[in-house]
Design a protein around this ligand. Structure first.
Ligand code: ZN
Length: 177
């Protein structure tokens, strides 16, 4: 297993529209294990393949309290949406930012599981929020896109400044020759 690097907003690679996975095999299962490990280490409750720069429709989710219910959904689709609910969201690709987003309260989801078997289920609460958030990632959409332009610009500037500072710090840490 390996920890993958999570891309940060406004990295353009977060904007790709990921391609469906055509065959679920050993490679897919290895990637699922890596995504889960990366998500738990972050720590987070959901991660999409596009967040680590991969062009594949694959998400992992675990909304359990004890991190003991890992789920992987391949080529996930939302078949139906019902109701509306606002909740506070964060994102591993937009660190340190939490904002209220309105999403469907209940959803019906279709996907393939890690064995390539088709699953269909209803989700509500945190699981519904998480799945909608992660499927957005596969379509190149981030939760900051639901905010006002002014707010989004402020977040972008803050993150760009932090990334610059991290870069400068690592530059000074390099050995002098
Ligand atoms: Zn996210």
């Amino acid at each position: 297993m390996a920890l993958l690097t999570i891309l940060h907003y406004p990295d353009p690679r977060l904007r790709i529209h990921a391609r469906p996975i055509t065959a679920v095999g050993v490679e897919t299962r290895r990637l699922i294990a890596d995504l889960l490990e990366t998500m738990y280490a972050a720590p987070g409750i959901g991660l999409a393949a596009t967040q680590v720069g991969l062009d594949q429709r694959l998400i992992v989710v675990d909304v359990s309290e004890n991190n003991d219910a890992p789920c992987a959904f391949i080529n996930p689709e939302i078949l139906a949406r019902d109701g509306k609910e606002k909740s506070q969201e964060g994102c591993l690709s937009v660190p340190g930012v939490f904002e209220e987003v309105e999403r469907a309260e209940r959803i019906r989801v279709r996907a393939l599981d890690r064995d390539g078997k088709r699953v269909e289920f209803d989700a509500d609460g945190l699981l519904a929020v998480c799945i909608q958030h992660e499927i957005d990632h596969l379509d190149g959409k981030l939760f900051v896109d639901y905010l006002s332009e002014l707010k989004r610009l402020r977040i972008r500037k803050k993150l760009e400044k932090e990334q610059r500072e991290t870069h400068e710090r690592s530059a000074t840490a390099a050995p002098a020759i």
